[in-house]
Design a protein around this ligand. Structure first.
Ligand SMILES: [Zn+2]
Length: 105
């Protein structure tokens, strides 16, 4: 497949004409190659929860870690049969009770 790199301008309209506040330096319009819609959407989501992009976002539990956000190796470390994600879900009070009930030998 032949891929064509398309040079695009990004950034909003020329900022100087839109600025109503003083003391803000306008970032000049940049140009770069178009990276594809998903990287562009990800870039915007890093800055804000843009409602136009959130329409396409779905929440689902990761099949690999079951939403624990740790890899297999990290989750294999256990203390009294509990992994770090289980401790993370506990409140300070629960952890306090847990450690009072389970003494380290
Ligand atoms: Zn995961």
């Amino acid at each position: 497949m032949v891929q064509t790199k398309i040079k695009v301008l990004f950034g909003k309209h020329p900022l100087e004409s839109r600025l109503r506040w003083t003391g803000i330096t306008a970032k000049p319009r940049e140009e770069d190659y178009y990276k594809g819609i998903l990287p562009v959407m990800e870039e915007i989501l890093k800055r804000e929860r843009n409602p136009n992009i959130m329409r396409f976002a779905r929440t689902h539990i990761c099949a690999e870690c079951q939403g624990k956000r740790l890899n297999e190796k990290a989750l294999s470390v256990k203390l009294w049969d509990r992994d770090i994600s289980e401790f993370s879900e506990m409140s300070i009070k629960q952890i306090h009770l847990f450690f009072n009930e389970n003494e380290i030998e």
